[in-house]
Every structure is written in C-alpha cells, then in structure tokens.
Design a protein around this ligand. Structure first.
Ligand SMILES: [Zn+2]
Length: 304
C-alpha cells in the first residue's frame, strides 16, 4: 500500500525482463533511470517483467536484483513482479473491450501481411469460421506525437506503422505493451528513461495510456549501444553479464556512454556521489558517440 501523503515529486523505474543476467545494455537503463529520478528528488522503482514464461531464464530475476544491489542501486519500494498482476491486466483489457476500443482477432501469423502492419481484418467482427486468438487495440488514423527528452519531437501514425496491435496474446498472456502501461500507472511512474530500441513502442504506450484514461509519463530514450562494427551489441559485450567485473569501472563506462564526463578511477561510492551531483539528462547524446569495443568478459577492464 502506498501512502498518498509521501508521494514523491517524480518516480522513475527500471523494468528488466528475467531473460538473462544484467549486462552493459541493461545496466545503462538502470543507471540512467536511477540518476534521472534521483536528480529530480524522486523515487526509483524496480519492476521485473516476468510475464513471458517461454522466454524466461531460471534464476535471472534473482541475479539481476543481486547485481543491482552490488552496484549500490536500491529501489525505494518493494520490487514489483508482473507475474502477480494478471488480474489487473485482465481488468484493463475487459474495460477496453467493453468500451469498443479493443476487439477479438482470429488471424494467425500466416494471415498477416509481410509488412507486419495489421490490415484491420477483424475490426468489425470475427470473419466467418474464425475463432478468437488475440485481442487487439483499435488504433486511430491520426499521428501520436510526443517530445522525447533526448530524441526530441517524435511523431508516429500507428495505423501506418503497426495497425491495430495485440494486447492479449494467442497463448493467453498479456502483451508487453498492455502490462507496461497498466504497471507504469499502478506504480505512479512519472518518467520513463530507457534505450532507443524501445522508441518504437512509445507511441503505442502513450495511446494506450490515453485509452485507459491514465496519466502519461515523460519519456527519454538514450542511444542503443553499438559495437565498433556498427552492430547493436546483442550478442557480444552488450549481452555479457557484468557480474564478473568491478562495478565502479562498469558504472564509469555507463556514465561516459550516457555523455556524463565523470572523473576516472573513483571508487564506487565516490563515483555515485559524483553522478548524483552532476547528472544532466541534457548531456545524454541522441546517438552513440563512441562504439564499445567488445573484449573478452574475463578482461579486467571489460568496458574501456
Ligand atoms: Zn484479425
């Protein structure tokens, strides 16, 4: 239970999926959201997005939480596990269906065009012979626009980019977009700071917030980590667990990547003190300035 009287002015969150250990990419999300919340005098929360059991890696939620602690990042409220929140997702879904904003769709993957944009097949009722597989949100024919605090003005016409999108999956699980929006509102999150790989989800989430009459947080998307070969670091350093290295050096690399000119060689406590006093969201670059050179994870300086 949250006491209204102690509500902070701002609330940020880190919301990892337990699909692997904390790595450099997810460390950035934790550090950026933490420092932005702290610099506003706000709370920082952690939410484990464990609503996709097929993709989960056993033990990774526990290891992510342990690593956050090792880095000195402690959430201000108990960690929220999305697997405890199915009733809330179902209630939001029911509300959208009742109000005609969401509809049942009988299309399988094979029925959809290669573009991935839903053509509206079941918008006005299930075609004869089809049974409901998913539930989709009806999207408007006009653009959703927002000001991203790092990327600037963003505009997306959902009808053209994705079409009516899935809220409830064929395997009877809530879709990521629905769960995020319901929980950002439930946790009273006012600021979302995360990687630009999620920028393409933001217009959908904002539109969903509006459909559910929930307050819309602010958004800031820092650039995606790329290797020297220009590829997103999904396989090499970017997905190497950071558990083995020294936290201060990984934090230093994360701050540098986020455009913060921190001193070199500080110990973890001093580095946090510097970061909390000097964090500037306006210094975060729109695009990655430096590529990260993948090195073997046994290196003593994996993030130089
Ligand atoms: Zn359909």
């Amino acid at each position: 239970m949250r006491r209204q009287s102690s509500r902070p002015s701002a609330t940020g969150r880190f919301a990892p999926s337990p699909t692997g250990d904390l790595h450099f990419g997810s460390l950035l999300a934790a550090v950026a959201s933490f420092l932005q919340a702290r610099s506003c005098g706000g709370h920082w929360l952690v939410r484990i997005e464990d609503i996709d059991p097929p993709r989960e890696v056993a033990g990774s939620a526990r290891r992510i939480l342990r690593d956050l602690q090792r880095f000195g990042m402690r959430p201000d409220l108990p960690v929220l596990f999305q697997s405890t929140r199915y009733a809330a997702y179902r209630a939001a879904l029911g509300d959208l269906i009742d109000r005609g904003l969401a509809f049942q769709c009988g299309c399988s993957r094979a029925d959809l065009p290669r573009s991935g944009v839903y053509p509206g097949t079941c918008r006005h009722g299930l075609p004869r012979g089809k049974r409901a597989r998913t539930v989709r949100l009806r999207v408007p024919a006009q653009a959703v626009s927002f000001t991203d605090q790092v990327q600037g003005e963003v505009e997306e016409n959902l009808e053209q980019t994705v079409g009516d999108f899935v809220l409830w999956r064929a395997d009877d699980l809530p879709a990521y977009q629905l769960a995020v929006v319901v929980d950002d509102a439930y946790q009273q999150v006012t600021q979302v700071v995360r990687g630009a790989d999620l920028l393409t989800s933001t217009a959908r989430q904002i539109y969903l917030h509006r459909c559910l009459a929930l307050p819309v947080p602010t958004y800031a998307h820092y650039p995606v980590v790329r290797g020297t070969d220009g590829q997103k670091l999904s396989k090499r350093l970017g997905s190497d667990p950071i558990a083995s290295g020294e936290p201060a050096r990984a934090l230093e690399a994360a701050l540098r990547f986020l455009g913060q000119c921190c001193p070199s060689g500080l110990d973890l406590d001093s580095l946090w003190r510097w970061a909390e006093n000097n964090w500037r969201l306006s210094a975060v670059p729109r695009e990655a300035r430096t590529a990260v050179t993948p090195e073997p994870s046994e290196s003593s300086k994996p993030f130089s």
